[in-house]
Write a protein that binds this ligand. Structure first.
Ligand SMILES: CC(=O)SCCNC(=O)CCNC(=O)[C@H](O)C(C)(C)COP(=O)(O)OP(=O)(O)OC[C@H]1O[C@@H](n2cnc3c(N)ncnc32)[C@H](O)[C@@H]1OP(=O)(O)O
Length: 402
């Protein structure tokens, strides 16, 4: 018997839930203008509340989405956000109860995976979430950058309305080609492009070649002093940049690096393998900061998730999986280049479901996890065999903050 219970929230409760979540991050309630955009992002059945008697004391939410997995498939995905428990109720099992209910709801709705961004890295492992992709921040000193090449196609500025249309359609086409990217829900776009305050003033540049749009850049400029030697430099922030081809990618970066009166170009949350340095005459003009965990991935339906991705050639391996919160996933899986099956054989390597999630998109190898004692090795050559099967050619990256 607990002193709280979990309920699905309805329309009349979303604003209170949002205010509660913001208070757990020490932010004030949102204003009415912003709420118009945020309200749209609450979908029926996807927000849960924890109640003590009839008082709301905690909440979690999820956006409906998809995720691209190795081999090109795209699987149903729940994007978890707005997790918070009122500070007079923490460490009494409220989040655990919310997580249990939310994971069960994902099973019922057929979500194969769930992901989130974590405020703190010690919270989510116990619920089966593991770090599956990383990102970095890059900062380019324009006075030293000296790009080695010029824009080859055409980059034009478009207004926000046309830009959003182009960006959405290009994103939907281009993003799923990269492992770890997710489908963006309609309210993501309105919250990120329309909600910003006037000072944000997002601009959209579209790149085209032979009359075809093939990439876009959303950016913001924070004006500062015009003289680069002064303390507060004018900064251009690359907010969102996606391209169909490497040529379009390079042109969009060259455009960002070419805007006048800008002292530095900064981009948060970019892929760890994005070769910005190689565009520059002076590669040290580009500093890379804070490589951090991006995607925390939960394999909700382990057989479906393992079955959805492809594997390279190699000797099959038997992987034993432990899952406390969703025990139906517990078992041994035979993984081979031909696919995955559940078997009753003894496993050759055993790991918790959060650790399996970290290997799933290919960001970390089984050998690394064995060396750091994150998995139990039964057959000494099993981690190397699993590495060969799970290897990917491109580092996973999501690129969508929520
Ligand atoms: C996806 C997102 O939205 S990220 C945003 C997350 N929200 C925040 O950071 C807001 C501020 N924090 C909070 O609201 C709360 O502290 C929460 C939601 C993180 C945790 O809620 P609680 O109800 O306290 O968690 P609960 O009591 O179920 O804890 C379960 C276990 O996790 C541990 N735990 C919970 N939070 C933390 C933490 N921040 N750091 C380390 N351990 C933690 C507990 O000690 C407990 O461990 P145990 O099972 O070994 O006893």
């Amino acid at each position: 018997m607990t002193d709280h219970d979990i309920r699905v929230l309805d329309d009349s409760q979303y604003r209170a839930a949002h205010t509660l979540f913001r208070s757990t991050l020490h932010h004030p309630p949102t204003n009415d203008d912003a709420w118009k955009f945020i309200r749209e992002s609450y979908e029926p059945g996807r927000a849960l509340g924890a109640f003590a008697e009839d008082e709301l004391i905690g909440t979690v939410q999820a956006f409906p989405s998809r995720m691209a997995v190795p081999g090109g498939a795209v699987v149903p995905h729940a994007a978890v956000s707005r997790v918070g428990v009122r500070s007079d109720w923490t460490r009494r099992g409220v989040l655990s109860a919310l997580q249990r209910a939310q994971l069960r709801s994902f099973v019922e709705s057929g979500d194969v995976v769930a992901t989130l961004r974590a405020t703190e890295s010690l919270i989510y492992g116990r619920f089966g979430y593991g770090v599956a992709s990383r990102y970095r921040t890059v900062r380019v000193d324009r006075s030293r950058a000296v790009p080695r090449t010029r824009i080859a196609g055409r980059v034009r500025l478009v207004d926000l309305e046309a830009g959003e249309r182009i960006a959405r359609s290009l994103y939907e086409e281009v993003a799923p080609r990269r492992v770890g990217t997710i489908g963006r829900w309609p309210a993501w776009w309105s919250m990120n492009l329309h909600r910003p305050t006037p000072e944000d003033n997002p601009r959209i540049a579209v790149r085209s070649s032979a009359g075809q749009d093939d990439g876009f850049l959303v950016y913001k400029v924070k004006p500062g002093a015009h003289d680069v030697s002064e303390k507060k430099p004018t900064t251009l922030e690359v907010v969102d940049l996606w391209a169909r081809t490497p040529e379009a990618w390079a042109d969009l970066w060259l455009f960002a690096l070419g805007v006048d009166l800008v002292a530095e170009v900064v981009a948060f949350g970019r892929p760890v393998d994005e070769p910005v340095e190689w565009l520059l005459g002076d590669r040290r003009a580009c500093k890379s900061f804070g490589e951090e965990d991006e995607t925390w991935l939960r394999l909700v339906d382990v057989p479906a998730a393992l079955g959805a991705r492809t594997y390279r050639d190699g000797v099959p391996v038997l992987i034993g999986v432990r899952d406390t919160y969703l025990p139906d996933n517990t078992g041994t899986y035979r993984v081979s280049a031909d696919g995955v099956s559940r078997v009753s054989d003894a496993p050759e390597v055993v790991l918790d479901v959060d650790t399996l999630a970290s290997t799933y998109l290919g960001d970390v190898s089984f050998s690394t996890l064995a060396a750091t004692r994150r998995l139990d090795v039964v057959e000494p050559d099993a981690p190397a065999r699993a590495d060969a099967l799970f290897a990917v050619s491109e580092t996973p990256w999501c690129g969508t903050y929520f």
